[in-house]
Design a protein around this ligand. Structure first.
Ligand code: ATP
Ligand code: MG
Length: 316
């Protein structure tokens, strides 16, 4: 388990991590999602003991990251943004070396190296020099070195960067398979990645947490209120004007529904407002036939943009 409280990191003129707090439960996969420069890597480097924080606290597997950094490092597998691979070593020799410096007892090393090779699907590259491997394969060796001592906690900084689509699917599979027995934090800018692999998501922007929730909850409830789509058998302008008058309605747009005299209207509600029943009453009260009315959730992508784009409250 990982517990971060009020973590702050200032570089000379910049606050890279700004009072960040979160908990990752045992066996859970937490995703860090945020634009470039959000503070994802900095947070991970603090958690793995590579960088001191300016203030705040972080506990990993019951140990304090600052006071017990050696204990913490033993229990963590870390895939940095740029894994420090020894290019002149073969894959197997490198993984054996990493297992040794991670204090894996000699008699267990060979089996754990085999396991890491198999999990990351690089068994057939085991005798290659790392410098001869393609970028995607180097990334897999990076993953293998994070896993080789079978750590309790795994921290992966953009684990799918540089991989081809097939490899991305394999790595997501691998990560999902590690959950349960391991506690995992990964970072990404790729939205589908968090909804596919993570139990919970931290959306981080300019060093601050903008939202933290399950992908499903973020997608269904967050921000901006519920959008509503309806199909009505009436004049587009009349329908839009009538809905626009309702309280809690922020934006209304309409388009003809395929030449049958109906109109499809999209309504954006103000945050926290559910305007569906009012819209239904209005339309029915006018005597217009109502063919469909349903709530539409924002996609994770829209939520992400809303939370991380400046001036997101602009009316149009
Ligand atoms: N060693 C450093 N010295 C000074 N500033 C730094 C240092 N490391 C990071 N920063 C700054 O801290 C901020 C957060 O950087 P960080 O690398 O944590 O972002 P990130 O979310 O990982 O971004 P990316 O998605 O591009 O990897 C950035 O503005 C960066 O310039
Ligand atoms: Mg980064």
């Amino acid at each position: 388990m990982i517990e971060v409280k009020d973590l702050t990191k200032r570089f000379a003129e910049q606050t890279a991590v700004d009072h960040v707090s979160f908990v990752v439960n045992k066996g859970e996969i937490l995703g860090f999602l945020g634009p470039n420069g959000a503070g994802k890597t900095t947070t991970m480097r603090i958690l793995t003991g590579f960088l001191p924080a300016t203030s705040g606290s972080a506990q990993v597997a019951g140990f304090d990251v600052f006071n017990d950094s050696l204990e913490v490092r033993k229990r963590i597998g870390y895939l940095p943004e740029n894994p420090p691979l020894y290019l002149d070593m073969t894959v197997t020799a490198y993984l054996e070396f990493v297992a040794r410096i991670k204090n894996v007892p000699a008699e267990k090393r060979a089996a754990l190296v085999e396991d890491a090779l198999a999990k990351t699907n690089i068994v057939d590259k085991r005798h290659e020099l790392i410098k001869r491997l393609s970028r995607g394969y180097k990334q897999r060796v990076g993953l293998a070195q994070a896993l080789v001592h079978d750590p309790e906690i795994i921290i992966l900084d953009e684990p799918t960067a540089g991989l081809d689509p097939k490899q991305i699917i394999e790595v997501r599979h691998l990560i999902k398979g590690l959950a349960g027995s391991h506690t995992i934090i990964l970072s990404t800018h790729i939205l589908p990645e968090v909804s596919m692999t993570c139990d919970r998501v931290v959306i981080i922007n300019r060093g601050r947490i903008a939202a933290i929730d399950t992908p499903a909850n973020l997608t269904t409830q967050l921000k901006g209120g519920q959008n509503v789509r309806l199909e009505v058998g009436a004049d587009q302008n009349a329908v839009c004007a009538a809905i626009r008058e309702l309280p809690g309605v922020r934006k209304v747009s309409g388009e003809p529904a395929g030449g049958n005299g109906r109109v499809v209207v999209t309504v954006e509600a103000s945050p926290g407002q559910d305007v569906r029943s009012q819209i239904a009453s209005k339309v029915v009260g006018k005597g217009w036939p109502l063919y469909e009315l349903r709530g539409v959730s924002l996609s994770l992508e829209e939520i992400f943009l809303e939370l991380t784009t400046e001036d997101s409250a602009s009316p149009n």
